[in-house]
Design a protein around this ligand. Structure first.
Ligand SMILES: [Zn+2]
Length: 285
């Protein structure tokens, strides 16, 4: 990737110190971001709450082998799903009619949150129980991980369907998946992580940047279904202007051609720090 991981550690150590000083938190408190390939991200909050976004693990070609076992994630408090596609609900490649989101919810008892129409379909499919599934919509703020952590659903420019293959008949059925979305998670110390989900460029990224002021963005750059590196660079530099970006949703399948190198080249000189990490890498902020 061209960047020494020791440099990441040095940088993130410095970031933790600066944030802690700004917010008056103990210097040991940090948000841990663990990227597991494609859009799958495990986030651990300062108080230890664990949020998993878009779990696509068991059949994800980029997920490190040890994380293809869902138990490896340990305790999970909240599962967030941006939209219904198989690489986000995690049924892509599965042949049992279930999904990684469903199995992870079963194992952990986590609350499962997403666009209302997607949760409806997950309820109908038996992927989540009525006790676990929480429907909400764009603009809504929810606190399923406790009052100190706020999750806001925001717009994404994409589509959302849930395609399921019956394990017995092999018949494929496509269900509505609600509106595609992104999520902004504001942690106990005010740090804001924005997981964009799958999205093309849209003008309200400027509004999201101005209004929500995300610190760290997990940004899709692969092209074809989402922004390509040039689009992502424009979004970063001209509209969202975050402090940090982790590029995601590239290289998992041949059509997702964009690379972090192309994204950084398109970005040029910018105040935004880019972390082109590998699946399985963790950063702390
Ligand atoms: Zn998608």
């Amino acid at each position: 990737m061209g960047i020494d991981r020791r440099d990441f550690l040095k940088l993130t150590g410095a970031l933790t110190f600066i944030l802690a000083a700004e917010k008056g938190w103990a210097q040991t408190a940090k948000v841990e971001v663990h990227w597991l390939g494609q859009a799958t991200t495990k986030v651990t909050a300062l108080t230890g709450k664990v949020i998993v976004i878009d779990p696509f693990l068991t059949k994800n070609p980029k997920t490190p082998p040890q994380y293809k076992n869902l138990d490896a994630l340990g305790k999970v408090d909240v599962i967030l799903i941006t939209h219904g596609h198989g690489d986000h609900v995690g049924n892509l490649g599965r042949t049992d009619g279930s999904s990684d989101a469903a199995e992870l919810a079963k194992r952990t008892g986590a609350k499962v949150l997403g666009p209302a129409g997607l949760i409806d379909t997950m309820l109908d499919l038996g992927w989540v129980t009525p006790e676990q599934g929480i429907r909400f919509a764009k603009g809504g703020r929810v606190t399923p991980a406790g009052p100190q952590i706020t999750i806001t659903q925001v717009r994404a420019e994409h589509s959302s369907e849930v395609a399921v293959v019956d394990p017995v008949t092999k018949k494929r059925t496509t269900y509505p998946g609600g509106e595609p979305a992104g999520f902004i998670v504001e942690f106990e110390n005010g740090f804001k992580l924005y997981h964009m989900g799958d999205t093309g460029l849209f003008g309200d990224m400027r509004f999201i940047g101005e209004y929500y002021k995300p610190d760290l963005i997990l940004m899709p750059i692969g092209g074809h279904f989402v922004m390509d590196p040039r689009d992502a660079a424009y979004a970063t530099r001209e509209m969202l202007k975050p402090r940090y970006v982790i590029p995601i949703h590239y290289g998992t399948f041949p059509v997702l051609k964009g690379t972090p190198q192309e994204y950084q080249a398109a970005l040029g000189q910018t105040p935004t720090q880019v972390f082109p990490i590998s699946p399985g890498d963790k950063l702390t902020f």
